[in-house]
Design a protein around this ligand. Structure first.
Ligand SMILES: [Fe+2]
Ligand SMILES: [Fe+2]
Length: 232
């Protein structure tokens, strides 16, 4: 009885209002959460060192604008906007430095769910797995690990759309440029920079960009729709 299982859901379930966390070191973080997954959008001041720390949740992230030197375990990478992602599995120490004189904006996802196994590449960093046109004019870039897939997607303006669909994969994401309308089940939200969405398995969703310029989003699928070992 689908109607009963969704009865307690509201717009807040799918598009939660962000909570602002302001840290003593100057970092501002906007947090949204549904169930076992939290999305953090962080504004990191110039020159800031974020000390190594570790926790039981798996964490992954990307730079949205600017550059960061990210450390995970014994490995470091100079990450630039949207060029790679890191994965810190549970209890693997991680930290970062903003080596520039510009504020950096980064996204992190923290997650702890029973029966999920949080694998990572040997050096903890994911490179682009493939790029293709999902629909005409809708270029997408994928990063893939055994338990997760990250898809960067551009939706063209003037009516570019992702038609309504659903799938067994949980899907969540964040708008990082431009704007579009996203619908999950019976709720529609205007997506703009920093707005997040959360979609459980088999919840219907769609998106349309009626503005006159393209929009961009980071979308995360768990489990991944690609098997990186099979398709390699
Ligand atoms: Fe962390
Ligand atoms: Fe989807």
């Amino acid at each position: 009885m689908e109607t009963i299982s969704h009865a307690s859901n509201t717009e807040q379930t799918y598009f939660p209002e962000a909570i602002l966390k302001e840290w003593d070191n100057g970092i501002r973080q906007y947090s949204t959460r549904r169930g076992s997954t939290e999305i953090l959008i962080s504004y990191i001041p110039p020159g800031l060192h974020m000390d190594l720390h570790a926790h039981e949740e798996a964490q992954l992230g990307m730079v949205i604008s600017g550059e960061l030197i990210m450390q995970v375990g014994e490995h470091q990478r100079h990450m630039k906007a949207l060029d790679s992602a890191y994965i810190a599995p549970p209890f693997v120490p991680h930290g970062a430095v903003n080596p520039t004189d510009q504020e950096v904006i980064a996204i992190d996802v923290k997650r702890l769910k029973d029966d999920e196994v949080y694998t990572a590449p040997d050096d903890y960093f994911l490179d682009v797995y493939r790029t293709r046109d999902l629909l005409p004019g809708m270029e997408v870039t994928f990063f893939v690990e055994d338990w997760i897939e990250i898809m960067l997607a551009d939706i063209p303006g003037n009516g570019g759309a992702m038609p309504e669909h659903k799938h067994r994969n949980e899907q969540l994401g964040i708008c990082i440029g431009g704007g579009y309308e996203m619908t999950i089940e019976e709720y529609t939200r205007t997506m703009e920079f920093g707005v997040t969405y959360f979609c459980e398995a088999r919840e219907k969703h769609s998106a349309i960009n009626t503005s006159d310029h393209h929009s961009r989003s980071i979308n995360i699928f768990m489990p991944p729709r690609y098997n990186k070992n099979k398709n390699r």
